[in-house]
Design a protein around this ligand. Structure first.
Ligand code: RIB
Length: 331
């Protein structure tokens, strides 16, 4: 593969002059331009897209880092973001951090090496290791789903506090008082805000939930299964009659534990989830849950990122999108 240097040598000009001719970034004398194009044709030189991106500083490629690409919630965020990117003729590189801040940092470095034009980040932790690297890189980025307090950046979040409140109030309105909560990773804002909404609704009903009723999960099904087994092991007077799980995968895990104990949902234990992933409507019984505007979060994040690339000086935009309770049969 011929190089820029070989084209310059054959045309008898500098590498910079070849670059001016190829990119049309500066006028050169016609006879010089002709010698450059003759050398390009003779050597079969083809610009390297990444190298050209380096010169033009535009690769028309975006990066998205999510904590769990196997979770349907993040797949839907990616779909929305990819649709917005594709419509603006950008391509998308999807990275899965597995909820590991070190892996997330490595992927960030990979995306910066690839000279992406912008990055959408669903952070694996509340204090990403690499925020300073990302800010110092000057590469536009948007924060999605998990807020990073104190960071001046575009962000697209769902109203998790309202969602936790709606889920819990729904159970209270059905007469439940012993309502347990399976949280996500407590350092992440979506989980922390949902638990705040749970506590707010319980406090309004004059209930101070004991610590026994709040178990930490990790947003994966197994942690919901284990948390529900713990709640079922409590003595009858303390055992919850309802569970609010801070995402649908943990609610589905809890469903299995309840079934294994020979109990029925909602007859013996009511259950509410969060996200409204597609599966929520297909488990038995279909899951009552809090729907996030998941696709819209991804699409809006893509639009904000592309606007930021085109207009860097804009003030950061902070979007808090509404959630809604979807009543099915599990509560
Ligand atoms: O299901 C994954 C969870 O992590 C979702 O509730 C989403 O809000 C993300 O934070």
């Amino acid at each position: 593969m011929a190089t820029l240097r070989e084209v310059a040598r054959r045309a008898g000009v500098s590498i910079a002059t070849v670059s001016y001719v190829l990119n049309g970034t500066r006028r050169v004398r016609p006879e010089v331009e002709a010698r450059v194009w003759e050398a390009v044709a003779a050597l079969g030189y083809r610009p390297n897209r990444v190298a050209r991106g380096l010169r033009r500083r535009r690769t028309h490629v975006l990066g998205l880092i999510v904590p769990d690409s196997a979770n349907p919630f993040f797949a839907e965020v990616a779909r929305g973001l990819e649709d917005a990117s594709f419509a603006a003729e950008y391509r998308l590189i999807l990275c899965n951090s597995d909820g590991d801040p070190l892996k997330e940092q490595r992927y960030l470095e990979v995306l910066l090496e690839q000279r992406v034009d912008g990055i959408a980040l669903v952070s694996a932790s509340a204090a990403p290791l690499h925020l300073s690297t990302l800010q110092a890189s000057g590469v536009p980025f948007v924060v999605v789903d998990r807020d990073l307090p104190g960071l001046e950046a575009d962000c697209v979040l769902a109203d998790n506090l309202q969602g936790g409140y709606l889920a819990t109030r729904h159970l209270l309105e059905r007469g439940h008082r012993r309502i347990a909560c399976i949280t996500g990773p407590s350092d992440l804002t979506p989980s922390a805000d949902r638990v705040r909404g749970y506590r707010q609704a319980m406090a309004e009903a004059g209930i101070e939930p004991p610590d026994l009723w709040i178990r930490r999960g990790d947003f994966r099904a197994e942690s919901g299964y284990q948390a529900a087994r713990f709640f079922l092991s409590l003595p009858p007077g303390l055992r919850p009659t309802a569970i609010f799980a801070c995402n649908d995968l943990m609610a589905i895990g809890a469903l299995r534990a309840i079934g294994e104990a020979g109990l029925a949902v909602p007859r013996d234990i009511a259950l509410v989830g969060f996200d409204d992933i597609t599966l929520a409507a297909y488990v038995i019984p279909p899951l009552t849950t809090v729907a996030q505007p998941t696709y819209e979060m991804g699409r809006l994040a893509g639009e904000l990122l592309i606007q930021r690339i085109q207009e860097r000086g804009r003030p950061p935009a902070r979007h808090l999108l509404p959630v809604r309770l979807v009543v099915r049969q599990s509560a």
